[in-house]
Design a protein around this ligand. Structure first.
Ligand SMILES: *Cc1c(COP(=O)(O)O)cnc(C)c1O
Length: 218
């Protein structure tokens, strides 16, 4: 029996090779939001160490226990964040993928210093320019990168996006790649269960996959 994790790994491998890159260039972020500890341990037992959660509170309830049992877990925050949760986010997460506004960036810079704990950051870009969606407007990314990286000295490693639902995501992935390139950023977090092979073809260096690993969320 092939496990869902093995299937996803194989698909990542195939997509990477097809786009002329080694499979190791693509990191799988296993999105464990809403899933209980009992559902997560089998994935940890198969060697997966990079996980994504979208809520600080939920992550705080599950991961300290799991991190005590498993070495070298790397946690990514992939959900929108309020400024009053920045301290808890810094304490829990290694990578923040949803940096999208100056107020939040300033809070991370200040509180990281206070906590003496430094995360890596992706800037989330609202590639579809959707009113209801988090992420910075594509036209404002360049100056926001400059603020985060040059003025606030945050470790900005790349860009993240969630394209509009029900549309071909490829043009949005391509746009994210172009914005990253002109800002000298190497990493692209894009692609979910429905479109991660496409995202890898378009240059993703990490994919955030939940449903294909854990099954449907209730
Ligand atoms: C839930 C979520 C995912 C995973 O989505 P699936 O379709 O279940 O793979 C990826 N990225 C973000 C930001 C999410 O909130």
């Amino acid at each position: 029996m092939t496990s869902p994790l093995e299937t996803v790994r194989k698909n990542i491998h195939t997509a990477a090779i097809n786009s002329g890159r080694p499979a190791e260039d693509v990191t799988l972020v296993a999105v464990s939001k809403t899933k209980p500890i009992d559902a997560i341990t089998p994935i940890l037992d198969q060697g997966q160490r990079v996980f994504g959660e979208n809520k600080v509170q939920e992550a705080a309830e599950k991961w300290p226990e799991l991190c005590a049992r498993y070495d070298s877990v790397q946690l990514h925050l992939i959900g929108p964040l309020q400024s009053n949760k920045v301290r808890a986010a810094i304490q829990l997460f290694d990578v923040i993928e949803t940096l999208d506004r100056p107020k939040l960036a300033r809070a991370f810079a200040r509180i990281s210093q206070e906590e003496n704990k430094y995360c890596d950051y992706y800037i989330q870009v609202n590639v579809g320019r959707e009113d209801q969606k988090a992420g910075i407007d594509p036209d404002a990314v360049d100056s926001f990168v400059a603020l985060c990286r040059d003025e606030l000295k945050l470790s900005v490693v790349g860009l993240m996006c969630i394209p509009p639902v029900g549309q071909d995501p490829a043009p949005y992935f391509a746009e994210l790649k172009a914005i990253a390139a002109r800002n000298g950023l190497d990493k692209l977090s894009m692609g979910m269960s429905g479109d991660y092979p496409c995202a890898i073809q378009c240059g993703a260096t990490s994919v955030r996959v939940g449903t294909a690993l854990f099954g449907k969320r209730l």
